[in-house]
Design a protein around this ligand. Structure first.
Ligand SMILES: Nc1nc2c(ncn2[C@@H]2O[C@H](COP(=O)(O)OP(=O)(O)OP(=O)(O)O)[C@@H](O)[C@H]2O)c(=O)[nH]1
Ligand SMILES: [Mg+2]
Length: 441
């Protein structure tokens, strides 16, 4: 089946691209293209011409022809660049569809690239990550995954496990003879090595998750503590209303802020207090809900106001910063209850707060520009399952278990590694991955 879709965002722009891919991609495009006969042009060439519907000229375009397998999808592909207006782009697409192509599903081009072996599954997922990336480090992580580094890393120790399994299974064929093809010492060493590699990869997930999804940071505290002032100061924008009236913010307000390579989604909340006002009460309920899902809580307290002795305990076990605010009003206020103190209004010690926020979520971990990061929970789960089965194999080995049981665990470990790279897939898995894409990708 030959598919077609608009590959660029719908809107007014200089150009838009309609992508056509499949066995009839060139033939279908040639029937609606007036210019050189696309059927006869060499691969990887671009041609100026017109898209026509009967006698009507729809647009002047450039058609670029890629013959499979040297294309993104691995199939014959034509990319038609037309003028970037919403209507004209849609009419070019309709003309191509009228000539026999069918509309592509979300992610179908990339799915075909995967099915045709142009990308492994982790790489295909990286395409979506790259499109959705909103910070520099997220872009870098997606690019290294797109380059196939995670896949290559996994493929290396997957091969080691395959070799190991083959040897153990070979023994099973000679069970009568009581031979040992797989030296138990060697097996033990290999299992330990692969497990150590898995641990290193798994340990990157905490950072990888933050790099990919950003850090959900909730600014909480009593009314008037200066939460909205802090949101505005960090983002450098006049995003939230600030006033001396307690209970000013009644809804949760989000603003994106990049720092240290991470994207922080800052959420300003309604001051936490009991209130009879129904709207403010709903705001307080939403504040609590936001706190539930937070990766980091910045709890502001007015150093001039009476202390709140129990806050730290309330958020025990969560990344949490207790920040005294309004130091300008009371330079001599007691700072001991706080992790640090700032003046949100004058900007004093904001840099200290920024550094503390990074440290609170990353700890001693660093974001290495070239390092392999596990950023998807699907990958983390597959690696964790692999590790479980390898540990089971290791335990079985110690207990002197027979090869057939060892082989079961090794096979299970391979199964989970295969799900990561996509050498083992199910329709459900593919559907859930490719539905994240936009149409045209
Ligand atoms: N002097 C001084 N005033 C501040 C500081 N930060 C905030 N304020 C003032 O404190 C008042 C309340 O600030 P907001 O930022 O609206 O406080 P809030 O925590 O968002 O309050 P609610 O939305 O009502 O929960 C305003 O008058 C601010 O100008 C500060 O560092 N120093
Ligand atoms: Mg506010």
């Amino acid at each position: 089946m030959t598919i077609a879709a608009i590959a660029t965002p719908l809107g007014e722009g200089g150009i838009a691209v309609i992508r056509v891919s499949g066995p009839e991609a060139v033939g279908i495009s040639a029937t609606v293209f007036r210019g050189k006969d696309l059927n006869t042009v060499p691969s990887h060439t671009a041609h100026f011409g017109r898209i026509v519907k009967g006698d009507e000229v729809i647009d002047e375009v450039v058609a670029t022809v890629f013959r499979g397998p040297r294309s993104y999808t691995g199939e014959d592909t034509v990319e038609i660049s037309c003028h970037g207006g919403v209507l004209v782009t849609q009419r070019v697409l309709e003309t191509v569809l009228g000539a026999g192509a069918v509309p592509a599903r979300a992610g179908e081009f990339t799915e075909r690239a995967f099915l045709n072996g142009k990308l492994d599954l982790a790489q295909a997922e990286a395409v979506a990550d790259l499109i959705h990336a909103r910070s520099l480090t997220a872009t870098r992580a997606a690019v290294q995954q797109l380059e196939g580094r995670l896949g290559a890393h996994v493929a290396r120790f997957r091969q080691a496990v395959i070799d190991m399994t083959a040897l153990v299974e070979l023994e099973l064929d000679f069970i009568e003879e009581d031979v040992e093809f797989a030296s138990r010492d060697q097996l033990r060493r290999l299992l330990d090595e692969v497990t150590a590699e898995l641990d290193t990869l798994l340990a990157t997930y905490e950072t990888g998750r933050l790099v990919k999804h950003g850090v959900r940071t909730v600014i909480a505290g009593l009314p008037n503590a200066g939460k909205s002032t802090l949101l505005n100061a960090l983002t450098g924008r006049d995003r939230a209303i600030v006033s001396a009236t307690a209970g000013t913010t009644r809804d949760v307000i989000d603003a994106d802020w990049s720092h240290g390579g991470l994207l922080f989604t800052l959420t300003d909340t309604a001051g936490l207090r009991h209130t009879e006002d129904a709207i403010e009460a709903e705001g307080v309920r939403r504040s609590h809900a936001a706190l539930e899902g937070a990766d980091l809580i910045v709890y502001l307290h007015d150093v001039v106001a009476p202390p709140e002795p129990d806050v730290r305990a309330r958020y025990a076990g969560r990344p949490f910063l207790l920040v005294g605010n309004k130091t300008d009003l009371a330079p001599r206020a007691d700072r001991t209850p706080y992790d640090l103190c700032i003046s949100a209004k004058s900007g004093t010690d904001l840099e200290t707060l920024k550094a503390a926020m990074l440290r609170a979520v990353l700890g001693e971990r660093r974001i290495e520009p070239g390092g392999v990061l596990v950023t998807a929970s699907r990958h983390r789960d597959a690696l964790a399952k692999t590790r479980e089965h390898l540990s089971a194999a290791r335990t079985a080995l110690e207990a002197g278990t027979t090869g057939d049981f060892l082989a079961i665990d090794l096979r299970a470990a391979l199964h989970h590694l295969g799900r990561l790279t996509g050498s083992i897939t199910t329709e459900d898995l593919l559907d859930s991955i490719f539905s994240r894409f936009c149409i045209g990708k």
